[in-house]
Design a protein around this ligand. Structure first.
Ligand code: RB5
Length: 152
């Protein structure tokens, strides 16, 4: 794995099992993980964990994050409220690749109730290894990165 910078992770109860699986996978590859929780499958609100992860990406403390909830939808909605956060819900390999190449996604969001562990592992690997292409894609990102409260 080329990308070895520390990764911040979080989930809710519906994403807990997949978060743990991915954490074990990345840890075995010597990638440092900061786990914001939860630490068991008790019911929690995805918002609380999405906020923690997105905050640390927004501040620049971490370069890459991974969030998992049941569908991945709630976590995407939460994370994308934060400045500098480009969270991409990728439950397939093509989206995972393109979210890095064209969108410079800095949070990968997965649906723990949507995909299986082996596909998730591949998605994570591809996502972490694929570089941003820059150029015209950088210009496009800059156009929405400056939006605040709906106004440019
Ligand atoms: C939890 O039941 C579920 O709503 C949550 O994991 C997520 O899918 C929300 O978008």
């Amino acid at each position: 794995m080329k990308n070895t910078s520390p990764i911040i992770m979080g989930s809710d109860h519906a994403g807990y099992a997949l978060k743990e699986f991915i954490k074990d996978y990345l840890t075995a590859l010597n990638i440092q993980i900061e786990d914001c929780g939860p630490f068991n499958e008790d019911s929690v609100d995805y918002s609380d964990f999405g906020i923690q992860v997105a905050r640390k990406i927004s501040s620049g403390d971490f370069k890459h994050g991974i969030l998992v909830c049941g569908t991945g939808l709630g976590m995407s909605m939460v994370a994308n409220r934060f400045k500098n956060v480009r969270a991409a819900l990728c439950n397939d390999l093509f989206s995972a690749t393109m979210s890095r190449r064209h969108n410079d996604a800095n949070i990968l969001v997965l649906g723990g109730r949507v995909i299986g562990t082996e596909l998730a592992k591949e998605i994570v690997r591809v996502w972490l290894e694929t570089p941003f292409e820059g150029g015209r894609h950088q210009r496009r990102i800059q156009k929405f990165d400056t939006i605040k409260d709906g106004s440019i």
